[in-house]
Design a protein around this ligand. Sequence first.
Ligand code: BG6
Length: 516
Amino acid sequence: MSDTQRHPFLEGLSKHRGAPATILVIFGASGDLTARKLIPALFNLSLDGLLPADFRLIGYGRKPIEDKAFRKAARAAIDEFSRRPIDDQVWKGVESGVYYHDGDYSDPKAFKDLAKRIHKIEKDAGHGFQLVFYVSTPPGVFAPIVENLGKCGLAQHKVQGELAAKVIVEKPFGHDLGSARELNQVIANNFQEKQVYRIDHYLGKETVQNLLVARFANAIFEPLWNREYVDCVQITVAESVGVGSRGGYYDESGALRDMIQNHTMQLLSLIAMEPPVSQDPESIRDEKVKVLKAIQPVELGRSDSSDVIRARYTEGLMGGKRVPGYLSEQGIPADSSTETYAALRLSINNWRWKGVPFYLRSGKRMARRVSEIAIQFKRPPGILFAGDRNLDISSNVLSIQVQPDEGMTLLANSKIPGLETRTQPIKMHFRYATTFGSNTPEAYERLILDAIVGDSTLFIRGDETEASWKLITPILDYWKSAGNHGVSEYAAGSWGPLESERLLWKNQHEWRRIGV
Ligand code: BG6
């Protein structure tokens, strides 16, 4: 499929065409996420004709910048990061409605000025706009921004008597259970839950959205999707990049907070949840919360019984190039105990999953960038083929490649053609690129669009984030108290530490060798 052809993503999006006039305010407008993801997403939406007919963007940041300079920076961001090249005609149409507003995040006066500016835009246009506030700043100022939006009245903005304000909150949503609860409380004091869109960009990925379709629109998987047939579930979110220039943020965070608490737990809840009663956001999120609540607290402590392990990368080879270890990265203190890799063994204490281990792992500087969910089924009884050394009978595995090379593979056993009976595991592949073409819309395109039209299905509810933090926080507390004790190491470019393998051996399992 060529880039100019309509992507299947665009079909069925007619509901988005009637999106109301919208002003999107991005807090953290000069930040990395705005340049890399948000501006390119807005451009790509406009290229597909999906932005509201009357759309304005206000970048809000601390640096004083002129509207003109912000427009120029936005254009440069599209040139550098957009999945499709800039189209001057289309961008000109959007650009004329792009403004910049400078102010401190904790200064009520700056928010009053923002409100004035918004009211002026409405007056000049002769109609009201819904307001979408995108909080994409360092987490320390999330609360002041939300409070100031409440104080200046913008959180209760109305169009024709209807509440017309929404807030999108980026990650990290808190750094533990207590801080997530506090943030939820600050938000609840200023916005109603239906106005709130907590982002986990993994939910915007096509392959992640497909999880519910694969499970509930096919009759063949669901009857097997339980403790009777599933041996274990493995979720891998591996990155080949290191911490790069984000050392300051990352060292305060670590793999457990940065990837497991949010992205990986979201994948787990979609894989393990019960069928929702309907497709509406609340029904789906109710089921996800139930799964999270059913996960048993993890065992901590002694290395032979612990359900979690942590590690950091040391110097190693990536694609033939030597890369530094974590402790030598920019901005990382020499005595850091932050993990760049974490692996967990979780048990879901409910009727469907009792006794089925869920293994989760995520790390930086791993052998390759790959996110995969593998459902490993129990082995067949083997009565027929027992003892035959010609036979290589493997467990069936349904693996879902979240990224890259998005797709699904079913591993089955097959007879090798020939006069003897010999078997070999074979793979049945489905690839998005082959079936639907490449250049799939990015997660942020879908998520921004959904927030504009008011569909919160792919966003995290307040109780959902708390349920996940409830599980993760005791691990963080334990690790903090243990300092550097128990931090394993793995060479950059490897698949992680040996301790991670041991975590699975205890249950006679092993991590899948992805891509082999
Ligand atoms: C972010 C993390 O949430 O996700 C980053 O903060 C990580 O550390 C990124 O690199 C991974 O996202 P993706 O979409 O590239 O898998």
